[in-house]
Design a protein. Sequence first.
Length: 302
Amino acid sequence: MQKNIQTAVHHISINVGAAGWSYKDWVGAFYPPGIKPADMLSFYARFFNIIEVNATYYRHLPLSYVNGWLKKTEFRDDFSFILKLHGDFTHSRNYTPSVAQDFKKNLDALAGEGKLKGMLMQFPYSFEANNVSFNYLRKLTGEFEEYQRFLEFRHASWLQNDIAENLREQNNTICVIDQPIMGHATPFMVDNPGKKLYLRLHGRNTEAWVESIENFGKTDNSYEEQSERYNYLYNRGEILEIVIRVREVIRQLQEVIIITNNHPHGNAIINAFEFADFLKTIVGEEPPITTQTTMRKLGRRV
C-alpha cells in the first residue's frame, strides 16, 4: 500500500483509527496468532495514531485501566485517545455526580500526558431534538464543559442548521456518521462541519441493522448476533466517495478524525488502512503481514 507524506494546503491534523481494539476475531486478520489480550493495544498503536475507547461506554473503569493504556502507548507521543461516555449518561440518562467525577479523572489522566483527543457522547435514535432533550444536553455538556466534546446524534432532527450551529458555537463537534438510512436516521453530511471533522463509519449492512432494531432489548443474543449490524467491509469505491466528500471541505478544517466502527472480522482495520492511504497520510507503520495477507485474499490492493 502506497504511503505518502501527509498533504494539505495548510496545517491540518489527520487521525485515523478504529473503535476499540480488544477483539478476538482480529487475531489472524490484524493481530498475530498467539497474541495476548494485554499486548493488543501496544500492537495497535504501532499502526494508527488514535483509538476510540468503547469499553468506557459499557463499564465504569477505574483509573488504573487508563494508567495501563498510557504505559502501553508511551512509545508514541502522537497517539491519542477518545473516551466514549458511559451509557448511563447518554442512554438511560441517569448518573450520579461521583460517577461523573470518576470519568473526569480518567479524562484528566490522559490529558495530563497530552494523549486526550476528547470525549464522545453517542446518543440513541430515540434522542430527538426537542425541549426535553435540549435541556438534558445542556446539562450534560455543562457537566463536561472543560473538555473537547464530540456529539453523535442518530436522529436527523439535530442536523437542522440553527440547532447544529448553536451546538458548534458552544465548543461541541457534531460527528458525521455513515450508517444505514431508515426512518429519520442521520444522513451522511459534511457540508458545514466547523473546524473539526469527526467521521464515524458504522457500515451499510441495512438488513442486519433492521434485525438488530427488532431484537433491541434482548439479553440472550450472542456476541456475533450483537455485532452483526456492524459486519460490513467498505469497498474502495465507497471509501473514495467518502474521501472526496472530505476533500471538499478540507480547506476549512483544522483537524480530521476518522473512526471505523465496522469491527467484525477486522473489517475496521482494513478500511482504516485504506482511508489513510486515500488521504495520503501516514498514521503509523505499514500494514502487518497478517493484514496484508487478509487483504490479498479479499482482492484488496496492498
